[in-house]
Design a protein around this ligand. Structure first.
Ligand SMILES: [Zn+2]
Length: 220
């Protein structure tokens, strides 16, 4: 007897009867021609923040890598195994994506654990080490005076997006393609409760609401 989670079996059955019939030809085509997504999304593992759902993406449209707190490490060809860097290399060098979107979100557990410095973040554990890449040596992340815990968390969640974008530029091929205008980097932030999306204005380092259409124009 094989057991498998019921929600997944039910979900697959619904996929087969509802979504698959409308997208069968697309799946066949993607199978024959291979994938050629134009957008890579680097998001958080958080179950509430699924890029395919938020961007209503069809199969083959988004190349997604998800990790705790949507972090991108700095370029480090040190012989170690680097999951995000491998995904990035594949997306940029092999697939030739035109856009990379770092998608942060509200109520991020990774960020919360990091700023709370709770027990599991001991130096030897994985989350602690993973989150430590977010700060530069000597940098101090502190709650400001008169800043609520929630505002502090939001500020750091957004800062994590900026840091990931900064770290992306440490990859030589990313830097070259960005400078040539062949690759564009974007930051975004998802508000879980409202389902709201904010896009980073790199000039001001502020996130602007897509719903309110705060000067955001679409591009190919
Ligand atoms: Zn998160």
């Amino acid at each position: 007897m094989i057991t498998f989670p019921k929600t997944l079996l039910d979900g697959y059955r619904s996929f087969r009867t509802q979504r698959l019939p409308t997208e069968q030809s697309r799946y066949r085509e993607l199978s024959e021609r291979g994938q050629s997504p134009e957008v890579m999304v680097i998001g958080c593992c958080d179950s509430r923040v699924s890029p395919e759902v938020i961007f209503d993406a069809k199969p083959g449209e988004l190349f997604v890598v998800r990790n705790i707190a949507n972090l991108v490490p700095v370029y480090a060809p040190d012989g170690g195994a680097h999951g995000v860097s491998a995904a990035l290399e594949f997306a940029v060098q092999v697939l030739g994506v035109k856009h990379i979107v770092v998608l942060g979100h509200a109520q991020c557990g990774g960020i919360r654990a990091f700023i709370d410095k709770i027990a599991p973040l001991s130096p030897g554990d994985f989350i602690g080490r993973w989150m430590s890449m977010f700060i530069k040596p000597g940098e101090i992340v502190e709650q400001r005076e008169h800043e609520t815990m929630q505002d502090f968390a939001t500020r750091i969640e957004k800062a994590a997006v900026l840091r990931s974008l900064e770290n992306l530029m440490t990859f030589p091929y990313v830097q070259i393609l960005v400078e040539r205008g062949k690759l564009k980097l974007h930051g975004a932030y998802f508000g879980v409760a409202e389902g709201s999306l904010f896009v980073l204005d790199k000039a001001t380092k502020e996130f602007r609401s897509v719903k309110e259409n705060e000067g955001i124009v679409s591009s190919e």
